[in-house]
Design a protein around this ligand. Structure first.
Ligand code: PLP
Ligand code: COI
Length: 339
């Protein structure tokens, strides 16, 4: 059963749902967490997450299937990525069992907000880890908050499966070569706000960042990874130590090879060699698969398959991925977890 919302037109906005999960880390261990109706975090002015950015987050979704049940897509991978981010920022790891259990509790408690099957909507889940405690020097916190909240969402980029255009950032990087680009930390997104705003003012969906060392290769989109389909039917996506290791991207690498029979390659994508691609897209939890119509790079505007139509391979990948997520297509082992 779902509440009465305009499920087909949700967009991507915050909505305060009845329940969220909260757990504290004190004296070197996680205390037992649980659900709360209080959506406000009560914070000391000294918290290091506020001053020095010692915080991290995740993004994942719950999907309503045709039979009305609810399922998660590879939640263990989000748990593992948060653990790697925690290692980079000297935060305690949230164990995978605790992470997945917290997510399930939040989805169950807010179940009526999981959009009905067939509307295109999903429940977006935001796990958040914060360094807290009274500290003012630059050093890791000794206390942490782990919280998980959720909200129903629709398309992240307004086109959905209709292509939209992106612009290369010539002036700004989102991360340094050996910085925190591979960690899901707020600082990377703070760095992307200004170029993102400049892109939106020019009516582009988002920014495409180049590798921060040489500015010759595509890294990723501000909020998603990049992929291209070559004219020889290869699925190509950038490899870089400074991009977010996207769970969607790794899933697509697998599906491209094992379900669509494409050659799947993680490697360099020179920005001056876009002609090799017949199709291109942005992929991620929020972005799902968002086809890229064209890319503005300096004075050049490179159009891929079409500015108005999704390409055939991108469509097949979309159908395979979303078919698995919504329970219509058989999933590789371990990808789907019932709530
Ligand atoms: N890259 C960035 C910068 C992102 O914010 C996201 C979203 O999470 C992704 C890539 C895609 O990652 P995933 O597929 O794990 O959601
Ligand atoms: C996600 O896809 O989950 C993201 O985190 C992207 C964006 C909303 C920041």
């Amino acid at each position: 059963m779902s509440v009465n919302l305009d499920w087909e037109n949700l967009g991507f906005s915050y909505m305060k749902l009845p329940y969220r999960y909260l757990a504290y880390y004190k004296n070197g261990q996680w205390e037992k967490g649980g659900l709360t109706e209080d959506a406000t975090l009560h914070m000391s002015e000294s918290y290091p997450c506020l001053h020095y950015g010692q915080q991290a987050f995740e993004g994942m979704k719950a999907y309503r299937t045709k039979d009305g049940s609810v399922q998660l897509f590879r939640p263990d991978q989000n748990a593992k990525r948060l653990q790697r981010t925690s290692d980079r920022l000297l935060m305690p790891q949230v164990p995978t069992d605790m992470f997945v259990d917290a997510v399930k509790q939040v989805v169950r408690a807010n179940e009526e907000y999981v959009p009905p099957y067939g509307t295109g909507g999903t429940l977006y889940i935001r796990p958040l880890l914060l360094g807290v405690g009274d500290i003012i020097g630059v050093k890791p916190a000794d206390e942490y908050i782990f919280t998980v909240f959720a909200m129903p969402v629709g398309n992240y980029f307004k086109g959905g499966l209709t292509p939209t255009n992106f612009i290369v950032s010539d002036k700004y990087d989102r991360a340094a070569p050996y910085g925190t680009g591979a960690a899901k930390v707020g600082g990377n997104y703070a760095a992307s706000l200004l170029p993102g705003q400049m892109a939106h003012e020019k009516k582009f969906s988002d920014v495409i960042y180049l590798d921060p060392a040489t500015h010759t290769k595509i890294e990723e989109v501000g909020s998603a990874n990049f992929f291209g389909i070559t004219k020889d039917n290869e699925f190509v996506t950038p490899y870089s130590p400074s991009i977010l290791p996207s769970i969607t991207k790794y899933s697509l690498l697998y599906l491209a090879e094992h379900r669509l029979g494409l050659k799947a390659i993680e490697g360099d994508v020179p920005i001056d060699d876009l002609d090799r691609f017949a199709e291109a897209g942005a992929c991620g939890t929020a972005a799902v698969i968002s086809p890229i119509g064209g890319i503005q790079h300096g004075e050049d505007f490179h159009v891929f398959y079409s500015e108005t139509e999704v390409g055939p391979v991108t469509r097949k990948l979309y159908n395979e991925l979303t078919g698995i997520q919504f329970g219509d297509v058989e999933a590789p082992e371990g990808w789907i977890v019932k709530v």
